[in-house]
Design a protein around this ligand. Sequence first.
Ligand SMILES: [Zn+2]
Length: 397
Amino acid sequence: MPTESTFLLAGLFLLLAAAGWALGRFGERDLEEQPQPLNIDYLKGLNFLLNEQTDQALEHFLKMVRVDDRTIETHFALGSLFRRRGEIDRAIRIHQNIIARPDLGTEQRDQALFSLAKDYLRAGLLDRAEKLFGRLAEGSRYQVEALEQLCRIYEQEHEWQKAIDAGQKLEMLSGKSLALTIAHYYCELAEQSAEQKDFVAARAYIKKAQSGRPRTHRGALARAAIARDSDDSKTALRLYRRIIDENNYLMTEALPRLVEIYRSTNAVDKLESELRSLFQKQPEMRSDVAYTAIVNNIGGIAAIDECVEEFMLNDPTLGEFIDLQHLLEETPEDREKALARVRAALSKLAAATPRYQCKECGFSSQRLLWQCPSCKDWETQRPSSRVKFDSLLQRSL
Ligand SMILES: [Zn+2]
């Protein structure tokens, strides 16, 4: 079966034949040459296509139509068309062919290098793409685009310091603030250092992350995790408490850590009283705590259990599946056990469904991702406001 590329090249040969008919020459041919109604080059190219030898046809086209001022745009158009169609080898061949022209002007060379870099990127040849974008970022009219692409490459390669350098240069050139993105790069470095137990470096990176505006919420969470891992539970508790107090969307991440630390230090009573005073000030937090406790299956802490019970009893969908009347008649111990069973079952169901969603593009995931894998924006994921228990329960029946 002839592919679309076959038709595309056939069309080009046809156009060339038509132009050849009128002008009697192709590319750099001798001006004195006589017009030929059907050029032999055209027939040769067509023959390759009829035999479905697309690559030979392309080579023939490149040989036939040399890159010059009149044909260069056709070459660029053909190259980007091949790239868009995913035929990267052919796109690369065309752009390399343009670069090989000895008398190419600076602007056209940069355009060809930029196109070739995009081909490499599309082919997953990150090293080669990085090299070309790096060259263009040094000074060309593609400087801004090249720096943007370099940031993407460094993100993929987890080369965070290089990403910071490229990001800062990009900020200067474009006049656009990248404070939030750069703060995340610093957080990545902080987390890497913390993993290697270099807590001094980790704290220094967090400080840099939090020096920009807008400030990333991740900084507070990462700082708390560093404190916890470096056995500074006092600071960790203070930071996790602050995240919860601020009632930002990281409650789902901070509360389970807070519970862990209080449990490991046998200070659950303290957590109880802290939560109760929090609920007095902000009663609307009860449902957030309940939601977090259900999806993380946290139980056995009275202040939290009460929120979970209240949440389940007030949820119309859950009410249909749980025999509430029967449950309320149980002894306190049996009632606690029954609620624990329901909570564990819901937690299992919730764990199997996406709980975070990107507010920019709608991409959803089961755990919190700081960079959206789909739109590549940073810190755009938010927890679903509610687990859709009705659809979960329907699915599990
Ligand atoms: Zn997204």
